[in-house]
Design a protein around this ligand. Structure first.
Ligand code: OXD
Ligand code: MN
Length: 582
């Protein structure tokens, strides 16, 4: 096979000349193709079949033990000018980066099949969707891309119609961490990834395309590519409000996107619909509202901690047609991870007999890959080519102290500052220390394809006459008390906080005005059926002025770090709040 599009054919052949594969396979996304690939991976050991009775059509992949997470220190944005990548990115000049990568690619696919994977990020017919082609030598990547994107013939047809696509070249190389790089060339709409088979490094449609390259494109085309879930909240009146929320990796985006309302809410008729759990592309519609699509078509979720208690919707979609990466298995070959209430692991994520002394049975960043359509809270609005209108945008992080359960920004500019100021404790989703608080503006620190200063300006630019922008909120589900325990029950009960937000959007809920934003009075939150002592709720809604003065001062220093790129309006907003707190 080949393509009618010369630009695509020429690129594929140039890559083949460089990488020297034994054969080239153009992926059409068909079931037959998937069956063939699955059989191949079962034969090579890339896939282990899981219990067919309990988990039909489910497979386990064990990655190389040194290749289990995103590698931010090896991820580069290669713009011509260093200032365009900004201090938020590692930068390398494009000439040097291409030379480095092409040397690694030379002959790297000898004896392997080179897969050409055309894909579309977003519903195939959506004007908001964008296409790309990933060339890879990993059948595991192909199998995941098939779930995570609209992959195959329909995407190729759109690419041929439009004549343009993002070029992504991936090889697992020899999986040597010393020969591992994830390079982005936003000015050339090109990605080059080598030496890793792990999700965010290797499924190029996800972080590399849908966030780093797309954020760069979005800036010049007037839209936003964000690290956000999208969820629909249906009220007892039958109205559905859509909310997008940015939290750093492994901070509960999947759980919030699939939230199950508390018992009382269910009885009253509240429903929750999942549009996406990781990425949101949004742009202003003709009516001035922001419309959002989920560019992905599946979930690549963190397994540990997922259980019928924390995310029953996720559990319900994981017992068929799923790929598991780096989880443990039970004696009867069912997938297992920490947090499940049933089952006993016998083999750990590396396939060794489970021994506590080796650490957790499942890798803390072990994952499941599953189609969005398998989720019980799936809604066909996910396929709406125009996207869904947003009522609210939520920012949040993992913060043990200081940051209250929820507050509302006073206006868009303040909201952009709240997003820019986001900070969170690091998690196992990236290699490096876990639990260190770091600034992670809009949860995009690892994913913005250009200078954060320019990015903040771009966010501010949406505040135009006639715009009907969503209200912006900040939440913190992770506040801990003196006993080290979480103070807020979280999970389904987060709907209580979302309800307050939606009432604020409608103008029907109360709040107190404070220098950091509007907070609910204890009485403004519905706590029926919740065993939360009043004093604990007061603490969750308390603004510690001295602590916030320090926090805002640190945010001022952080913005100053972007030098001439830091937007003066945002710095003025920071000064306004510092003055109010002083
Ligand atoms: C992810 C991540 O995989 O953010 O979504 O690491
Ligand atoms: Mn993510």
């Amino acid at each position: 096979m080949s393509s009618q599009l010369a630009a695509l054919n020429d690129w594929v052949h140039a890559v083949a000349r460089l990488t020297q594969p034994e054969q080239i396979h153009w992926c059409d996304g068909s079931d037959e193709e998937n069956t063939e690939l699955t059989e191949l991976m079962l034969a090579t050991g890339d896939f282990v079949k899981l219990n067919e009775k309990t988990h039909p059509n489910c497979y386990l992949h064990r990655s190389s033990p040194s290749d289990v997470a995103r590698v931010e220190h090896l991820t580069f944005v290669c713009t011509n000018r260093e200032v365009d990548a900004g201090p938020n990115n590692h930068w390398m000049g494009p000439t040097e980066a291409h030379a480095k990568m092409d040397a690694l690619y030379a002959g790297c696919m000898r004896g392997r099949t080179m897969y050409v994977v055309p894909y579309c990020m977003g519903p195939i017919e959506s004007p908001l969707a964008r296409c790309g082609v990933e060339i890879t030598d990993s059948p595991y990547v192909v199998a995941n891309m098939r779930i995570m994107t609209r992959m195959g013939a329909a995407a190729q047809a759109r690419i041929e119609r439009e004549g343009s696509f993002i070029k992504g070249l991936h090889s697992i190389g020899d999986l040597n961490p010393d020969r591992r790089f994830i390079m982005h060339f936003p000015e050339e709409l090109t990605i080059k990834s080598f030496g890793s088979g792990y999700g965010g490094n290797a499924l190029l449609g996800k972080k590399c395309h849908a966030l780093r390259i797309a954020s760069y494109q979005a800036r010049s085309e007037g839209w936003l590519a964000e690290h956000m879930l999208i969820v629909g909240i249906e009220t007892p009146k039958g109205e559905t409000h859509y909310v997008a929320a940015a939290f750093p990796s492994a901070c509960g985006k999947t759980n919030l996107a699939m939230l199950i309302p508390p018992e009382g809410y269910r009885q009253d008729g509240w429903k929750v619909w999942t549009i996406g759990d990781d990425i949101c592309w949004m742009r202003p519609g003709a009516d001035g509202r922001l419309y959002a699509i989920n560019p992905e078509s599946g979930f690549f979720g963190v397994a540990p901690g997922t259980s019928t208690k924390t995310n029953a919707n996720a559990m319900a979609m994981l017992n068929k047609d799923a790929i598991f990466t780096n989880v443990a298995v039970t004696a009867d070959n069912q997938p297992w991870w920490e947090g499940l209430s049933e089952g006993v692991p016998v083999l750990d994520w590396q396939g060794r007999p489970y021994d506590k002394a080796h650490g957790p049975a499942a890798h803390p960043n072990s994952r499941f890959t599953v189609s969005a359509k398998s989720c019980p809270s799936y809604t066909p609005r996910s396929e709406d080519p125009q996207g869904v209108p947003l009522s609210a945008i939520v920012f949040g992080g993992r913060r043990e102290s200081l940051v209250p359960l929820v507050f509302e920004a006073r206006d868009w500019t303040h909201g952009v500052l709240v997003g820019a100021a986001m900070a969170s404790e690091t998690t196992a989703a990236a290699t490096g220390a876990v639990g260190v608080v770091r600034r992670d503006s809009m949860a995009m620190k690892p994913f913005c394809g250009y200078n954060f200063g320019d990015y903040f300006k771009h966010w501010l630019s949406f505040d135009q006459p006639g715009a009907k922008l969503p209200k912006i909120f900040h939440v913190n589900w992770f506040r801990k008390g003196g006993d080290g325990k979480f103070m807020w029950p979280g999970f389904g009960d987060n709907l209580r906080v979302l309800e307050w937000m939606l009432k604020r959007v409608e103008g029907s809920a109360g709040a107190v005005e404070t220098p950091i934003g509007h907070l609910p009075n204890a009485a403004d939150l519905n706590t029926n059926g919740l065993s939360l002592p009043e004093s604990q709720l007061q603490q969750l809604l308390h603004v510690d002025r001295d602590g916030w003065y320090e926090e805002l001062t640190a945010i001022g220093d952080y913005l100053a770090g972007y030098g001439d790129q830091a937007p003066p309006n945002l710095e003025a907003e920071q000064r306004r709040i510092v003055a109010a707190l002083a």
